[in-house]
Design a protein around this ligand. Structure first.
Ligand code: ABN
Length: 166
């Protein structure tokens, strides 16, 4: 049954065009399918786990972590807003817009990596709301921004509410 169906399909395909044409279309299909998982749009939309009503800085679903990508400094000897001792704040930040369930408003939040010590490894948080690829630098989080510093090793990430967004 499977053989018969495959045979019929192959015959129809052969009748419709040249072998080269069929191979070209098949190639396009394969390349397209392989590219799908790396398309930035599918990755950016992948996660929206933040909870507008969560306000615990050690929890990844804290409302202001909606564009976070990294280890939470509040789990690494620092706080939600301060780098841990022995680390330096990165010269480059990225921003996101997150909704605070307390007043229902959207806030501009900046995220900054803390540098100079090896990876903290605790409370990994990857939320990514509104995140875009590197060519939109200010909203790209999936990179070690400590590369802008003398001390390039990445430890953890902090975040600050910058202001009301709407
Ligand atoms: N901006 C946070 C980060 C650091 C290292 C690697 C990926 C993401």
């Amino acid at each position: 049954m499977w053989d018969a169906q495959t045979q019929t399909f192959a015959r129809r395909l052969a009748l419709r065009g040249s072998r080269r044409g069929v191979l070209a279309r098949l190639g396009t299909l394969l390349v397209g399918a392989a590219a799908l998982p790396v398309l930035p749009i599918s990755r950016a939309r992948a996660a929206n786990s933040s909870n507008p009503n969560q306000a615990d800085a050690t929890k990844c679903d804290y409302w202001k972590y909606c564009s976070m990508d990294g280890f939470l400094c509040s789990c690494c000897g620092g706080s939600g807003t301060d780098c841990p001792p022995g680390t330096q704040i990165s010269k480059v930040s990225w921003v996101g817009t997150c909704r605070n369930g307390k007043d229902g408003r959207n806030y501009l939040v900046s995220y900054t990596d803390c540098c100079g010590r090896s990876s903290c490894g605790a409370c990994n948080c990857n939320a990514n709301v509104g995140e875009r690829p590197g060519y939109e630098m200010g909203i790209h989080n999936d990179i070690n921004w400590c590369i802008a510093n003398g001390e390039t090793s990445y430890h953890c990430t902090i975040s600050l509410v910058v202001g009301v967004a709407d």
